[in-house]
Design a protein around this ligand. Sequence first.
Ligand code: NAI
Length: 785
Amino acid sequence: MTDIISLMDAMDYGVAPEDTKIVDQWLADHQDGFGHFIDGAFTAVGQTFDVSNPATGAKIARVTQGTDADVDAAVAAARKAQPKWAKLSGHERAKYLYAMARHVQQHARFLAVLETIDNGKPIRETRDIDIPLVARHFYHHAGWAEILADEFPNAEPVGVCGQVIPWNFPLLMLAWKIAPALAAGNTVVLKPAEYTPLTALAFAQIAAECGLPKGVLNIVTGDGATGAAIAGHDGVDKVAFTGSTEVGRIIREQTAGSGKGLTLELGGKSPFIVFADADLDAAVEGVVDAIWFNQGQVCCAGSRILVAESVAPKFESLLKTRMAKLRVGDPLDKNTDMGAIVDPVQRARIAELVEQGRATGVDVHQATAPDGCFYAPTLITGVDPASPLWSEEIFGPVVTMTTFRTVDDALALANNSRYGLAASVWSENINLCLDTAAKVKAGVVWINATNLFDAAAGFGGYRESGYGREGGREGMLAYLKTPLAKQGKAEPTPAAPHAAVGLGVSDDIDRTAKLYVGGKQARPDSGYSYAVNGPKGPVGLAPLGSRKDIRNAVEAATKASGWGKATGHNRAQVLYYIGENLSARAAEFEARLIVLGQSKTAAKAEVETTIRRCFWYAAQADKFDGQVHSTTGRMVTIAMNEPLGVVGAVAPDAAPLLGLMSLILPAIALGNAVVAVASQSHPLAATDLYQVLETSDVPAGVVNIITGPRDDLAKTLAQHDNVDAIWYFGSTEGCAMVEAASTGNLKQTWTEIAGLRDFTGQDGQGKQFLSRASQVKNIWVPYGE
Ligand code: NAI
């Protein structure tokens, strides 16, 4: 008996290599190199770079380095094809997407083998995860194309989309990018990563095989320079990028002021939280899927294990035993758990980060890996939050483990990161799991699970993990725009205000207003005011706010985070109250607007619309809620609309009361705190609001109002790391400035040239504002099995 047990223990799997003949043949057929896929055909091979199989180091293909001229040609083809593609019925577009899904399934084995050879990931993953998810994505989005007009009635495609993708899930990222873009009626220029361009080129053949009209999908290969040429191209209307946070920042800066739409899926350092009552065996398997899936080259990899102190020794021992059993090696072997790192450069980067950490005295536990471009599964203990191992995205099979005592400690550690992509929570107590899910700052939360993906659920991050979602309804919104019902003329930019000295106080000159910060009226730090003019000259003084005032306001807003936890019902009560109090003082506000130069009728209408808007957003406060997605069979995915946090709102000059309130109301309705910059020329309508806010039970810090030089104040807001989003309605240069200045913490931006949107009409209110005021957290909960 003992002999049999020891025999069983000693038994190993034999090798089970996947057959590569068909892929080898395909590569041999293209031994002269690959051109780009532009306007429905492959171009001649240009200057090439080599593509290697990371597992063997063998060169497997030569691929063309995309030049500016290639990008021009691809964008021109996409531009030409776009109107016709958009004009097709949703049903017609759906047929192409269904065809692509089917053809991916027909070529599934080919694509899985090619992906494994190109990327180094195990065939088990490409066969069972990557390629099935690719097909699923096209099926799902064929559905969106079919019902587009019903589900998004006023929406239009954005136009030509430039898409740049990474190398960790080459074909899956392609599917995530192109399926929603094409479903919505856009055309695409996509650049795969230079390490892994081959499945994208194979997919181009599949698209041609499906009869996709020429120019609808264009694939240009190349490195970062080609990516930059796409992102910066004038003919591109929207840029979608997945990759490092560093490049995300570059693209944000590059596209600032261009008017291009932008979605960024960036890095992560996701917590994997194991509570004391977790099923530890299941959690250990979870770690395998969290960090050793795809060699840890996963943006949402659970790379920071946080484990309850009481179970940490047991968990660590189980984990080390499991880690030692992982089979690292030939990715084409069906029994391999972990394959090759994508490229020696990446491998060196992983090793360097680990060695730097080792030098600081952490404990590094490693399993084994073959020589070559492989890296052993690695567990690091004793890491403190100041270490780069804790904060940097290692993007390899390396996980840190830290213990915690209380739930609050666990949350503090989990949220101690500039990223916010995903989190995984393990406990047999579903109350604790859901409570943690609500408090963790991440776009995706898996409960007793990890790294689950589905086309019906949005995927994307909080904080420096980027913005925008891919998948589901939110993902479609990123490829659609709602045109203004009526477009106005750009507002003239007011000259920067100067401190007013010796204005004198006539009968017409009102009291000097103050700023509104933390629920109190506050003097500006500058100690100065500026003159506010009506049509007949000065009508009052407004505080000359400065950087310091913005900082104080942001601090007050940050402290008001309890507002985000208030129920929708509670927030609605406050908004109704603002509406009622405004209504009680309507005559006063009308008079103020008239002094500022409005006609009687316009002033009356502006006040009335503002009051209506209070009631409309009050009504929405407990109705703009989330969704429940049916994703995989044993989970349900709850999409929660969460507040962003602190929103900077820079109001247009015209409609000084309504313009400002049209920004404040949706933001606070959904639980954000606001630092608003009032109309620069006519700030007095805003300063009159303070008393309304004070008497309406708006908690201190939820609304802060600063007056003064609009663009200076906007810049401070855009640069401030505690501001989570900035909405700016001002000048063309101001839009560019705000976008460029937002790169620090990669805050979400919504910039528009003031005057184009008519805040008095239907464009001034709506769900678009509420979407802008929220971010979706997708929580995967075990359900039904
Ligand atoms: P990367 O961000 O440089 O590459 C991703 C894609 O962006 C590639 O297609 C690349 O050609 C393109 N690109 C590079 N520079 C560009 C530019 N200026 N403009 C437009 N496109 C540009 O990532 P890289 O260098 O391959 O990997 C470095 C590190 O980035 C990794 O170790 C990892 O930490 C992180 N990374 C994160 C990913 C994620 O999904 N979170 C994916 C890939 C890398």
